[in-house]
Design a protein around this ligand. Structure first.
Ligand code: T4K
Length: 368
């Protein structure tokens, strides 16, 4: 039995003494929020690091999603995935939009682009796919469908910080992409999020929307919200950027140790590795198949008994929560792949501070 609990993740934090000078600056200039100096610098440095044109910082990913829909004036129905964190669909309901769930692809676990067209009707205005676990969606196929039907595309890229396809940021696809910098994410600012966009006018609109709709002291152009990131969070983000390279490297190592350690375990499968993709190893999902010695839930409990807290991301499906269950597109028979995967998936602990011995301990419990 492991003495120290091993959680699905543990936030990466920079050395505390490196943060003190940032605090001194904040205490000195007394700018705590509202587009302060750290906020501006963090937006700039993030654009450089991620290879994107414009970024608007937010207090969290959920408000970024809600505001992205406002920025594009989305109404009616939006096609999305049931296999995600519940915030994806909640952002639609907060805007009075009807979510239409479409099944996922069995290999990528992302929205199945082959099934999108059948769900489009005259009320459809947008597609909101998720780059689940930081593994990119079929962005080219989704773009083609969106162009054909004149739909907007908003990527929930909460998991996709730093992910590239053939060397280019996955965040450059779609009309807008949303990031989360929550404590449990690859890159955290304690709480935080962002919208990525390609043109300056759109960034201006988003910046107004996250600041009550203010254009200047006396002009309000929209029923905006307060979604602004504070200077403390922006300062932490700036400092985290200095350490993200090392953190991603350690995640990659853990990912490959898991893959080799679990290869021989009958009934446990890992998701495919794709050479074109530089992912961020944000999660390590396994599928517990029928020929494994235990059910998924029995393995989850067994790990817990060993002080290892794996998580069933994403079970239940969003479409199975009471607020969504009544929608026609929520019928389990319409979502067979998502239903099956959500019964089999288990996300194993992965975070830069995880030691090799903790990792082998997880593998040993699974290998029995
Ligand atoms: N879209 C997608 C696809 C998302 O996955 C998310 C968030 C969003 C949108 C919304 O973005 P935000 O509004 O959150 O920025 C967690 C997170 O709260 C959530 O951010 C995340 N997705 C989701 C997948 O996971 P829980 O309920 O599983 O978190 P919790 O508190 O159980 O944490 C998991 C483990 O992490 C704990 O057992 C211990 C460890 N932990 C957690 C926190 C918060 C720490 O060690 N320290 C911490 O401060 O939802």
């Amino acid at each position: 039995m492991t003495m120290k609990p091993i959680y699905v993740t543990q936030p990466s934090l920079p050395p505390l003494d490196e943060f003190i000078p940032y605090l001194h600056q904040i205490w000195q200039n007394k700018i705590l929020t509202n587009n302060g100096p750290f906020h501006q610098k963090f937006e700039e440095e993030l654009c450089d690091y991620l290879g994107v044109k414009h970024i608007s910082l937010f207090t969290n990913g959920t408000l970024a999603l809600v505001t992205a829909l406002q920025a594009l004036r989305i109404t009616g129905e939006v096609i999305t995935t049931p296999y995600s964190f519940v915030a994806t669909a909640h952002s639609l309901l907060w805007n009075g939009i009807k979510p239409v769930f479409v099944d996922i692809d069995p290999d990528t676990l992302n929205l199945d682009s082959k099934k999108i067209e059948a769900a489009i009707n005259p009320n459809t205005t947008a597609i909101m796919p998720v780059h689940c676990y930081g593994r990119p969606c079929d962005v080219d196929a989704i773009r083609r469908i969106a162009d054909n039907y004149n739909l907007k595309v908003i990527y929930d890229a909460a998991h996709a910080f730093g992910v590239t396809v053939d060397g280019e940021s996955v965040l450059n696809h779609g009309d807008l992409s949303i990031l989360s910098f929550h404590a449990t994410k690859v890159f955290n600012t304690f709480e935080g999020g962002a919208i990525v966009c390609a043109d300056a006018k759109m960034k201006q609109r988003i910046d107004q929307l996250k600041n009550f709709g203010f254009v200047d002291e006396v002009t309000v152009v929209a029923p905006g919200i307060n979604g602004k990131m504070s200077e403390i969070n922006a300062a932490i983000g700036l400092l985290q950027l200095k350490h993200i390279g090392a953190a991603l490297m350690r995640r990659k190592e853990i990912d490959s140790l898991y893959r080799s350690g679990l290869k021989q375990v009958k009934g446990i499968t890992c998701l495919n590795d794709d050479a074109h993709i530089e992912t961020n190893y944000s999660y390590f999902p396994i599928l517990v198949q029928q020929d494994y010695s235990l059910s998924r839930d029995a393995l989850y409990e067994k790990l817990k008994c060993n002080n290892i807290y794996a998580r069933r991301y994403f079970y239940p499906l969003i479409s199975d929560f009471p607020v969504y269950r009544g929608l026609p597109s929520s019928r389990p028979s319409e979502l067979p792949v998502a239903q099956a995967v959500s019964q089999r998936v288990l996300c194993l602990p992965i975070y830069p501070g995880m030691s090799d011995s903790e990792l082998f301990n997880v593998i040993n419990v699974i290998a029995g």
